[in-house]
Structures are given as structure tokens and as C-alpha cells.
Design a protein around this ligand. Sequence first.
Ligand code: ATP
Length: 204
Amino acid sequence: MITLGLTGGIGSGKSTACRMLNDMGARVFYADKVAKDIMQNDADARALIRDTFGSTSYNEHGSLNRSYLAAQVFSDPSKLEKLNAIVHPLVFDAFEDAKTQAESDGVELLVHEAALLFEAGGDAHVDYVAVVTAPDDVRIHRVMQRDDTTERAVRDRMQHQLPQDEIRDRADFVIPNNADREALQAKVRRLYEQLVTEAKAASD
Ligand code: ATP
């Protein structure tokens, strides 16, 4: 089995590429969803978050107070580091479990999708990293349409991510997504076939 980290800036088309990979037969581990699930449901994470950020972190019915936590961590980088130090190791544990399960299910390609893969150190847990790229104006336009939001709000979110050039330099594969969905599908198919061929050769 091969593990592939898949990342890219906001609106680049990561989720779209992952859906395509999943349809082709890959299994996808959505790290950002797993992180949210851990913050909501993992007893150790809940206790640590409460100890670090106070009881306001969860509302009276026990659900995560996302707006409070977001305000805390975006106003203070040291708080973001603290939250990451709680959540990231648990996400990587969950990924290691997903790897074991995928191996035993005979999966050839396991994809670890994360918006902030390099920032979180997720690249150390995978064999290769692929980055989906698109020009800023295309990404902004796509997200404004998808989320019914403003250019300013999208640019604000972009500020919290590594510049696209840097992600591209650190990745093993680059998937430009500057044309239509069919063009993306063809590129994703080529990468999928290359990696599955490698996985099969390694297991022979
Ligand atoms: P985020 O980081 O915000 O989760 P993402 O990188 O996962 O974004 P997607 O949600 O896959 O990006 O794509 C952003 C939007 O652009 C979606 O509405 C998607 O359907 C659309 N999109 C993706 N690729 C293309 C394409 N090649 N042509 C047209 N629309 C596209």
C-alpha cells in the first residue's frame, strides 16, 4: 500500500480531487474532519482543551464552542500551537489506525487529505505528498461561489496558509487544477494509476 498526503490552498480543489480518488478506488482519510471529531468526542482531547482554554470551550450541552476557540487561536499564535499540540498527535494516531485497517482491507492507496498538511507535520506520516494548485483569482472565485462569501473573507483565510509556491516546492507531485473538472479527473487518474502500480509492484 502507498500513502499519499494531499494538500493545497483554499479552493484549489483538494476535496474534489479526493472524491475522484475515492471513486477510482483509493481510501481517503479526511484529517480536518477527524480533527473536528476528536475535539468534539475524544475524552482526552476534551479534558486537555478545557484545561487549556477554559470551560467556555464547550457549551452547556457539551458541543464544542467553535467560535470561541477560533477567536482564541487566531488572535494568539501560541494558543494555536497549544491547540495543535493537543489535536495533531491524536489525528496521527487515528491515521496510523486507518493505515492498519486499510492494509488489512487490501487497499492499494490511502490518501491523507489536509489543508495544512506541512504546517501540521503530516508529510512525515505519508510516502508521498501531492499538491493541488490553481491561480489565486481562480481559487477565490471558486470559494466565493461555493461558500457564498466575499473576496475579502477568502483572502483572510488564505493568509493562514503557506504560500502556494512553497507548498509546490515541497510536494512530490503537483496537480494543476486551472481548467475544467474533466482535465482534473485525467490528471488525478494518471497519478492514481502510477501509485497503484507502484503499490502492486512493492507487494509482489
Ligand atoms: P477548501 O480548502 O476550502 O476545503 P478545496 O481545496 O477542498 O477547498 P474544493 O472544495 O474541492 O476545494 O473546490 C472548491 C470549489 O471549486 C468547489 O465548489 C468545487 O466544486 C469547485 N471546483 C474544483 N475544481 C474545479 C474545476 N476544475 N472546475 C470548476 N470548478 C471546480
